[in-house]
Design a protein around this ligand. Structure first.
Ligand code: BGC
Length: 580
């Protein structure tokens, strides 16, 4: 018997012995995940025998990492004081760095990492994210999102690496490896591959909508990243809000139990998404194979009582409950939580370290995609007279997208980050002017105009969905910045900050150079390093780039198997300064 198999056997025996002693309340408690504020009070962890705590939304006002660790320690002590003393899992949406903590290193969102297509870099980024996440007290991240977006109208395109299954598979593997490493080390965390399955391929790109892909298409195009995650030993997989063929994924037994747990041999936790129990069929979701429920926003009592009743009336078999609890305990043992339940305070000083930020800056550099460079206007000379234009040029919140500091992101600067302008000023040997409002600065020779999408996260970034806040083209204001500088007769370099390909065909024509920066995160300096030629461009488009708004409907529509739509730039396109 190999070492791995032996460790597995030892853990399974420990689980057997715990399961034999557990009451139904204790088992259902393990299956419960709650939010630490709003949803619980006082000694709920102890009395409701909770198995996991989630943190979402953003930093709690004023909490330092030391205070966060103390908070986690306090909740953990409550769990340990229960009859069986089973420790808690603490989960957080750290999806591009520990983005709920101001001062942490924030990496480019996954779409940018997809452009880098560099698995070694993705692994390093995940490892740093894991460490900084543990430093704030959490041992579980809800990342990576391994969706394969087939419609840019979906407001979560940037959370995923690429429209290419192959790129996604490779980077998923790297991400899970980086986050989890040797799980018993205090700086590693459990990872979650999400959202299973079809989140990015709903019809019209609606978050939580229906996907009409056939099961074969799902298996060929969307499943391979999950197989890769499972092969890497991913601790958890989150069910998706969407439906497949009008069946809610949370209640899709054929896919969760038969396919994921059966055929793919996933032995970790299938966790529900937000309020999954009340939204997607209550006990049906447990029977379909959900092991842990995000019992938030008022779901706690309903879930615990509802499931208990369902077990006593035979609607949910006890064997299903035991399987769920076994999976949860298995991950707690793998993480070494029974031996080391508390956060490691030695990690705190490592949050936002220079060497972490250097990796993030490398990721920014490698994610940039050059679409046009007429007459080699780039790289810029250090003494070029430049004006940087637009509010995105000096705002770390705007350059970072959703899931940064707050759920929907922030339009403000945040601690520890460098803006694009700051990066320019570090490198240029002459003064770099800043024209925030795009009113026109005639002194400069070259205008570097930063335009893009203001931050959004799930639901709020859907186009044509219920909230409908966004468009796939530039805003009028951003278009005006470009027009103003064209009128002044300046050379124009456009830097696009975006979570998905936008229709910018006219603006590419208008400009001398065009750079896609995606959502770079805290290290804006990386953009200047490439634009000034300290490094070459390396990024390649992780999505094919549509020519017109109409292209979106055909790009992955019912005919997406044929290639009748010719994109403006194909997947993998990206210019370089020098031959490699
Ligand atoms: C999102 C998940 C996220 C969860 C917890 C949900 O609304 O779909 O991706 O992990 O919230 O914040």
């Amino acid at each position: 018997m190999g070492k791995k198999e032996k460790t597995f056997q030892i853990i399974e025996k420990k689980i057997d012995s715990l399961l034999e002693r557990m009451t139904i309340d204790e088992m259902i408690g393990q299956m419960t995940q709650v939010r630490h504020f709003d949803d619980i009070s006082g000694d709920d962890i102890k009395t409701k025998l909770i198995g996991s705590v989630i943190h979402t939304q953003g930093p709690l006002p004023g909490l330092t990492a030391t205070e966060w660790q103390a908070k986690v320690t306090d909740l953990q002590k409550q769990a340990l004081s229960t009859r069986l003393g089973i420790p808690l899992l603490f989960g957080v949406d750290a999806v591009h760095g520990q983005n709920t903590f101001e001062g942490a290193t924030i990496f480019p969102h996954n779409i940018g990492l997809g452009a880098s297509a560099n698995p070694g870099l993705v692994q390093q980024a995940a490892k740093i994210t894991a460490l900084e996440t543990q430093a704030t007290g959490f041992n579980w991240v809800f990342s990576p999102c391994v969706a394969i977006p087939y419609n840019e109208k979906w407001g979560r395109v940037y959370e995923a690496f690429s429209e290419s299954t192959d790129i996604t598979v490779e980077l998923t593997r790297a991400s899970v490896r980086g986050h989890q490493g040797d799980l018993r080390q205090s700086e590693n965390v459990l990872a979650t591959a999400k959202h299973f399955i079809g989140d990015g391929s709903t019809d019209f790109g609606v978050e939580g909508g229906n996907s009409s892909l056939s099961l074969d298409e799902v298996k060929i195009r969307l499943l391979p990243p999950y197989q890769a995650a499972v092969d890497e030993g991913v601790g958890a997989i989150m069910a998706s809000f969407n439906k497949l063929d009008d069946i809610s994924m949370h209640a899709h037994k054929a896919l969760i139990t038969d396919l994921l747990k059966g055929e793919l041999k996933f032995d970790g936790i299938v966790v529900s998404d937000w309020k999954g129990y009340s939204r997607f069929g209550e006990n049906d979701i447990i029977n379909a194979g959900i092991d842990m429920v995000m019992a938030v926003d008022g779901d706690l009592e309903g879930f615990q009582n509802g499931l208990k009743e369902a077990v006593s009336s035979g609607v949910v078999p006890l064997t299903r409950i035991k399987d769920a609890v076994r999976r949860i305990l298995r991950q707690k043992f793998r993480l070494g939580l029974f031996d080391n339940p508390f956060p490691d305070n030695k990690l705190i000083i490592k949050i936002g370290l220079k060497k972490h930020r250097e990796v993030a800056r490398q990721a920014v550099r490698e994610s940039l995609v050059l679409l046009k460079n007429e007459d080699n206007i780039l790289p810029l000379k250090r003494d070029a007279k430049i004006v940087l234009v637009g509010e995105f040029g000096d705002n770390s919140g705007l350059q970072s997208g959703g899931w940064t500091v707050n759920w929907q992101g922030t339009n403000e600067n945040y601690r520890g980050a460098t803006t694009i302008l700051e990066g320019f000023r570090k490198i240029s040997s002459v003064e770099v002017a800043f024209d925030k409002e795009g009113s026109g600065n005639d002194d400069a020779d070259i205008a570097v105009i930063v335009v893009g999408e203001t931050p959004y996260a799930e639901f709020f970034g859907d186009i044509g969905g219920e909230i409908n806040a966004y468009q796939l083209t530039l805003t009028e204001i951003h278009q005006n910045y470009i027009d103003t500088y064209i009128k002044l007769g300046k050379k124009i370099i456009v830097v696009l900050v975006c979570g998905r390909p936008l229709v910018v065909t006219p603006q590419i024509k208008q400009s001398d150079a065009f750079v896609v920066a995606w959502l770079p995160g805290s290290e804006g300096h990386g953009i200047a390093e490439v634009l000034y030629g300290e490094h070459d461009f390396k990024g390649k488009l992780p999505h094919s780039w549509p020519k017109s708004v109409d292209d979106y409907n055909g790009k992955y529509g019912p005919n997406f198997w044929d290639d009748s739509i010719k994109p403006l730039f194909p997947l993998g396109f990206g210019l370089r300064y020098w031959e490699s």
